[in-house]
Design a protein around this ligand. Structure first.
Ligand code: SF4
Ligand code: SF4
Length: 125
């Protein structure tokens, strides 16, 4: 807020008593839950240096988040088709070398295992 008019406008907006409808609350709950499930990777790439499989870990985590958020494989299909087997989460050895370097303490091998499982399940549907 840099001007009196902006402050007055904000006060007017926040002083209105317009409670959310049940539908709006349900939608908000859904968004909050989807966001709570997201893996908080900042794409710093520290983990990548340690991976013997040279996996693009932040890319895989971003894809996993996308899948978790949309609940549909459709959005990732194009990207997945362009990837080689050795780039997929199934190539993770579960060695944990990456996890030690992650400032966000992300359980990377677990995330990649969950992502792989979700992809395998999606293939059978
Ligand atoms: S746990 Fe998987 S992703 Fe992490 S360093 Fe080992 S092979 Fe790479
Ligand atoms: S070190 Fe952690 S936060 Fe950084 S890119 Fe890897 S998983 Fe993401």
């Amino acid at each position: 807020m840099t001007a009196m008019e902006q402050m007055e406008e904000n006060l007017q907006i926040f002083s209105q008593n317009n409670p959310l409808t049940d539908d709006e609350k349900a939608m908000l709950d859904k968004v909050v839950q989807s966001m709570a499930d997201l893996v908080p990777c900042t794409a710093c790439r520290y983990c990548c240096e340690a991976c013997p499989q040279e996996l693009d870990i932040p890319k895989l985590i971003s894809m996993y988040n996308e899948l978790n958020y949309s609940k549909k494989i459709g959005v990732l299909d194009f990207t997945l088709r362009a990837m080689d087997e050795k780039e997929m989460p199934s190539a993770c050895l579960g060695c944990g070398a990456c996890q030690k370097l992650c400032p966000q303490n992300i359980a990377i091998p677990d995330v990649l295992a969950k992502f792989d499982k979700a992809l395998q399940e999606a293939k059978t549907q």
